[in-house]
Design a protein around this ligand. Structure first.
Ligand code: 6GU
Length: 225
């Protein structure tokens, strides 16, 4: 995958790119770029934002600044790549969208800052508007890392164990439910015992127990409500 992140703070991603699963997908041929809007702003003195029409507090990222950054990177035709604007008012990011995005050969994430981004970015430059939850962050950078993390870990070679993305929370193998509980040694710790079924050696019983716990968690956490 070729993943481009447009941001005012490319250095924020220095830490992200040192994560093992991210290093793994890069070693496997994926390409990550972090592009600074300020490098291509058509305005003087690195300006990227302006005061809102109609008045009000705060500053708004300008559409011409975002457009200039996209054109400098992709030319006049961005092709048919998905361009995601990260915004608290976007479509809620979930495992289904992560799976969908992981199948894209090319992906672009646009981070906003300040009070918001000129709506014309969403209307004319982005293909999607995505939010990671019902709360407001100071900028889209952390949201972009959340999206990139969830997507990149699905790529071949990201995780050590080939099965670990198959039967995990919200996967089709678990009927879209959260993951079942995990246990490891010691079998008993401070009187807290591992469920006996997991020590039984009966694989069929274990499989059914895990599926049932997974469904139970889905119900308890208000799934589908
Ligand atoms: Cl994508 N951006 C910002 N700034 N805040 C958020 C968000 C995104 N998703 C939830 N809160």
């Amino acid at each position: 995958m070729r993943l481009d992140v447009f941001t005012l703070f490319p250095r924020w991603f220095d830490w992200f790119t040192t994560q093992r699963h991210v290093e793994n997908v890069v070693a496997a041929g994926s390409e990550l770029r972090f592009i600074d809007y300020r490098e291509t702003t058509p305005l003087g003195a690195g300006q990227v934002d302006d005061s809102p029409y109609g008045g009000g507090a705060g500053m708004v990222m300008r559409v011409d600044v975002v457009d200039a950054a996209l054109r400098a990177t992709y030319g006049n035709q961005p092709g048919d790549r998905r361009i995601l604007l990260l915004t608290p008012s976007g479509r809620m990011f979930d495992e289904e969208l992560a799976t969908e995005l992981a199948a894209e050969p090319e992906l672009t994430l646009l981070c906003g800052r300040y009070e918001g981004v000129d709506e014309r970015v969403r209307d004319h430059l982005a293909t999607d508007a995505v939010s990671i939850g019902r709360y407001v962050l100071a900028g889209g950078e952390l949201a972009a890392m959340v999206v990139a993390d969830a997507v990149l870990r699905k790529l071949p070679g990201a995780l050590g164990h080939a099965d670990s993305v198959h039967e995990e929370s919200f996967s089709a193998a678990l009927g879209g439910h959260p993951e079942y509980p995990h246990y490891t040694r010691p079998a008993s710790y401070r009187g807290w015992d591992v469920p006996a079924v997991l020590l039984s050696g009966d694989h069929d019983l274990v499989r059914r127990w895990r599926l049932e716990r997974s469904r139970e968690r889905g119900r308890r956490e208000g799934e589908g409500s």
